[in-house]
Design a protein around this ligand. Structure first.
Ligand SMILES: Cc1ncc(C[n+]2csc(CCOP(=O)(O)OP(=O)(O)O)c2C)c(N)n1
Ligand SMILES: [Mg+2]
Length: 279
């Protein structure tokens, strides 16, 4: 979570210096991303949106590979076969159908078929998401849908996007689901572990809706102060999962200053390499 935060901060600075065209921050969503990525394990194929930077790093995508697309250098940046982490999809919810289809194809070929599809709250309003959930349900696809509900589709609040929850809508398609807070990576890990257990035991899809805070604007091109109250932004910052988890582990004596300094040094080194590569 600390590495993802450090890379995210550096990418933001690089964008402000003109080295990147755009950067969608994942700040506030690190616990949801790290908890879910670790729970599904390395064999699962992951179909992301454009914001799962912490998941990408866990899958072995190097920081410079992660930034390449946002600098306009490539359409992807990493090897999807090696990492089992598919290209970022900006066309909202398109990856939900790709993921379900991939899972079914894997099964037909007798291979590991667990697929994880990440999706935002706003993207669940797309028809593709409904089609993907229905197909996954009727074809018993081994798909874990992970919806990170950060409360916003750019400037549209989640409560104006739907009259119910994403988890409730999944049940309407016959998909088991759970809704939880994404403030703590261990809670997310436990929920996603239970979900993958269900997928394997029942040969059925599952949806986890994780409520997360969005600390930064939608992207570096967005001035969230124009449509979001100061209090709302302050609340998201105060609930920062990275500082909360670091403080909790420190309080329990599970990490000490020396360890945190070592992580800090690792992050600085990674960022210096990014600065060299992109400026
Ligand atoms: C099909 C499609 N329609 C509209 C857009 C423009 N758009 C980009 S991001 C976004 C909001 C997405 O919100 P959400 O799914 O909640 O993801 P978040 O950015 O909050 O992580 C919109 C409307 C798009 N990229 N693709
Ligand atoms: Mg959103």
């Amino acid at each position: 979570m600390l590495v993802a935060r450090g890379i995210d901060e550096e990418a933001h600075r690089l964008q402000k210096q003109g080295a990147l065209i755009l950067w969608p921050s994942c700040q506030g969503q690190e616990a949801a991303q790290v908890g879910s990525a670790l729970a599904v394990g390395p064999a699962a194929a992951v179909f992301p949106t454009y914001r799962e930077h912490a998941v990408a790093l866990i899958r072995g995508v190097a920081p410079d590979e992660l930034l390449a697309q946002w600098a306009g250098r490539t359409f992807c940046g990493w090897d999807p076969h090696r990492t089992r982490y598919f290209p970022a999809t900006v066309v909202l919810a398109a990856q939900t159908l790709h993921g379900v289809g991939y899972s079914i194809a894997q099964r037909l070929q007798g291979r590991e078929d667990l697929v994880v599809v990440y999706v935002g709250d706003g993207a669940t309003s797309e028809g593709d998401m409904s089609e993907a959930m229905n197909l996954a349900a009727v074809d018993s696809a081994s798909v874990l849908f992970v919806c990170q509900n950060n409360g916003w589709a750019i400037s549209k609040p989640a409560e104006e996007q739907m009259r119910t929850s994403v988890a409730e809508r999944a049940r309407g398609f016959g998909i088991e689901s759970v809704r939880l807070s994404g403030g703590d990576p261990e809670t997310v890990f436990a929920a996603c572990s239970r979900a993958t257990g269900h997928i394997r035991a029942e040969r059925a899809p599952y949806l986890v809706e994780i409520q997360v805070g969005r600390i930064r604007g939608h992207t570096t091109s967005d001035a969230q102060e124009a449509y979001r109250t100061r209090d709302d932004i302050a609340r998201a910052k105060a609930a920062d999962p990275v500082t909360a988890y670091r403080d909790r582990l420190s309080g329990l004596g599970l990490v000490d200053t020396a360890w945190l300094d070592a992580v800090d040094a690792e992050v600085r080194e990674l960022c210096e390499r990014l600065i060299k590569e992109y400026t």
